[in-house]
Design a protein around this ligand. Structure first.
Ligand SMILES: CC(C)(COP(=O)(O)OP(=O)(O)OC[C@H]1O[C@@H](n2cnc3c(N)ncnc32)[C@H](O)[C@@H]1OP(=O)(O)O)[C@@H](O)C(=O)NCCC(=O)NCCS
Length: 234
């Protein structure tokens, strides 16, 4: 069931997400559909249960398979083999790297993954963000059957609102930087209220560079001023 919130209906002291919660026409959660225009569009999806849980070592076979799916491999330059995946993601799972790794689920089935981290832990990127305490995130739906059905929009919203936002109280900017040719990812971010900023070249495999577009979410406007301290949706 879709519902809309006129921007003028959002109270001065509330975020878009809080306004959607206040306007829910039935049992939630309120999922963003398109926040790029006026009215803001949301939905309740009673057919799908979207959840985000911590990644474990047992997910590496799925992650290895997903990064080799053509629709993901096109935008993923590195860590292709199971050994490379274990070497790349293992340190975060062992707590040796502060990046947090997550698995996306639809009705209990693992279909993709994401990560979040403080941009200040990656000094090369810090210059690209308006706020030094910005939080970076990356994401992919690995299962081809789940791509292009609006599921990325719903799950990235759940990830940002229920996992990222509560974990970094006071953060004012969430940041992602898709390749400038990745139209689907750029549109997805736009639909969740992110704004495009600087274009910059990022070192890629071999001697290549990827030209990417920095996209930022105004956390106070879209999510609210600060989160609580917990993290995982069940
Ligand atoms: C990016 C990704 C997460 C999007 O999830 P998704 O479920 O496929 O996206 P949705 O179905 O929610 O669609 C989001 C919007 O993008 C649009 N879109 C999707 N693919 C597109 C494409 N190739 N070209 C243009 N627009 C596209 C959709 O039409 C939709 O916009 P609309 O509602 O205005 O029509 C998913 O495609 C994916 O995992 N891709 C590979 C990995 C990747 O690129 N990760 C991001 C790295 S920055």
């Amino acid at each position: 069931m879709h519902f809309e919130v006129m921007r003028a209906q959002v109270r001065p002291d509330e975020s878009w997400a809080e306004s959607a919660d206040r306007s829910l026409p039935g049992p939630g959660p309120a999922l963003a559909v398109d926040l790029s225009a006026d009215p803001l569009r949301f939905q309740i999806d009673s057919d799908h249960r979207f959840s985000v849980r911590p990644m474990t070592l047992g997910d590496f076979p799925d992650v290895s398979r997903w990064v080799n799916e053509p629709h993901v491999a096109k935008w993923w330059d590195e860590h292709r083999t199971p050994d490379q995946v274990a070497a790349y993601y293992g340190p975060a799972l062992r707590g040796e790297d502060p990046t947090r790794l997550w698995i996306w689920e639809v009705n209990g089935r693992s279909i993709g993954f994401s990560q979040d981290y403080r941009i200040s832990d990656h000094p090369d990127w810090a210059l690209l963000c308006a706020h030094p305490e910005a939080i970076g995130f990356d994401y992919a739906i690995g299962e081809p059957a789940f791509v292009g059905r609006g599921i990325g929009t719903s799950l990235l919203w759940v990830f940002l609102r229920d996992i990222v936002w509560p974990a970094y109280p006071g953060a004012r900017e969430f940041f992602a930087a898709p390749d400038h040719r990745n139209a689907g990812s750029l549109r997805l971010l736009e639909k969740l209220g992110l704004k495009q900023g600087v274009w910059f070249d990022e070192p890629a495999a071999g001697d290549d560079v990827d030209t990417v577009i920095g996209c930022s979410l105004d956390v106070a406007q879209v999510m609210g001023l600060s989160g609580s301290t917990s993290g995982v949706t069940e």
